[in-house]
Design a protein around this ligand. Structure first.
Ligand code: AMP
Ligand code: ZN
Length: 113
């Protein structure tokens, strides 16, 4: 298995896990861009957002709801935060295992790139 996020799920690579359930794992980004920077990933290896199908609607919704819960847990829900998913080359996706970024704890800029 050469996917770094699959290896995190398998606990072959250490991570700061903040949440996990049967469908997803959430851990702190190794190179945080904000005081809170958490990645929410599906346990199943899905290469990118573009690979989601209609059958994955519950999973996609769950990832967003988990991000909301974590925002509350991190104490940033009231102040506001950002959820983003990079997809593909021009979307600047670096790790080819679907992941949602939860960013907050500072005033984010309008720059999405
Ligand atoms: P993206 O550019 O959307 O594909 O984001 C990939 C993210 O994964 C980046 O923010 C990296 O800092 C993060 N990342 C890469 N390797 C690890 C790791 N071993 N543990 C935690 N985060 C990681
Ligand atoms: Zn993977």
């Amino acid at each position: 298995m050469d996917c770094i996020f699959c290896r995190i799920i398998a606990r072959e690579v250490p991570s700061t896990t903040v949440y996990e359930d049967g469908q997803v794992v959430a851990f702190r980004d190794i190179n945080p861009q904000a005081p809170t920077h958490i990645l929410v990933i599906p346990r199943r290896h899905i290469p990118s957002l573009a690979d989601l199908t209609e059958a994955d609607e519950p999973l996609a919704g769950h990832m967003v709801i988990v991000a909301n819960k974590l925002a509350r847990q991190e104490g940033i829900a009231e102040r506001g935060y950002r959820v983003s998913i990079s997809c593909g080359k021009e979307g600047k996706q670096a790790v080819p295992h679907l992941h949602l970024h939860l960013l907050g704890g500072r005033r984010l800029t309008n720059e999405l790139g």
